[in-house]
Design a protein around this ligand. Structure first.
Ligand SMILES: [Zn+2]
Length: 185
């Protein structure tokens, strides 16, 4: 897996392109937690579910199908009209991208099994052809080791910096849109 910090960074960065003013706090919470939650499948790992199983680590919870279903559930349950009076499709799209980004990031790491992108229809595992991110150690303390720091450096280089560029781009577009004069009568 990529580190939980990096999943959170991507989930929050994506949100800058979809937020609406005023942005409810739960918008950020849903995106950040959604981007990290596929690793809840680690519970199965401790319970003895084999890694390569459909419900094993990087299995069903890392698939786009899971992301689509979870995003729809969050939109329906956590964003009633009084909280989110805006169109719901972009909100769903944001949460889908935040959750699905987890599997994509994991598929760019250099360790473990690949990601079951086609779950629940297939348990086959996949990596992306380009895998620059070192697989993350487990536990916070492991990051304070030479290997843990090297992992963070690769993630900062290949994920955090592009995410920062994305946030800056979204901010520029938002400002431009805000400056555009109103048309029509
Ligand atoms: Zn993962």
């Amino acid at each position: 897996m990529a580190s939980v910090f990096t999943h959170l960074v991507v989930g929050l960065a994506l949100g800058t392109a979809f937020r609406r003013d005023p942005t409810p706090r739960r918008f950020w919470f849903a995106g950040a937690l959604g981007s990290a939650c596929p690793d809840l499948d680690a519970v199965g790992y401790w319970a003895g579910v084999p890694y390569g199983h459909l419900l094993g680590h990087r299995g069903l919870t890392h698939s786009p199908a899971f992301a689509a279903a979870l995003a729809a559930t969050i939109v329906a349950c956590a964003f009633p009209r009084r909280v989110w009076p805006h169109p719901r499709a972009p909100l769903w799209l944001y949460l889908f991208l935040a959750i699905a980004s987890h599997g994509v990031l994991d598929a760019t790491t250099n360790g473990g099994l690949g990601v079951a992108f086609l779950a629940p229809f297939s348990a086959e595992r996949w990596f992306l052809p380009w895998r620059p991110i070192w697989v993350s150690p487990i536990g916070v303390r492991a990051f304070f080791t030479p290997y843990g720091l090297d992992v963070l450096v690769t993630e900062i280089l290949w994920v955090w910096l592009p995410a920062l560029g994305f946030v800056a781009g979204a901010a520029v577009l938002r400002r431009r849109r805000g400056r555009r004069p109103a048309t029509g009568s």
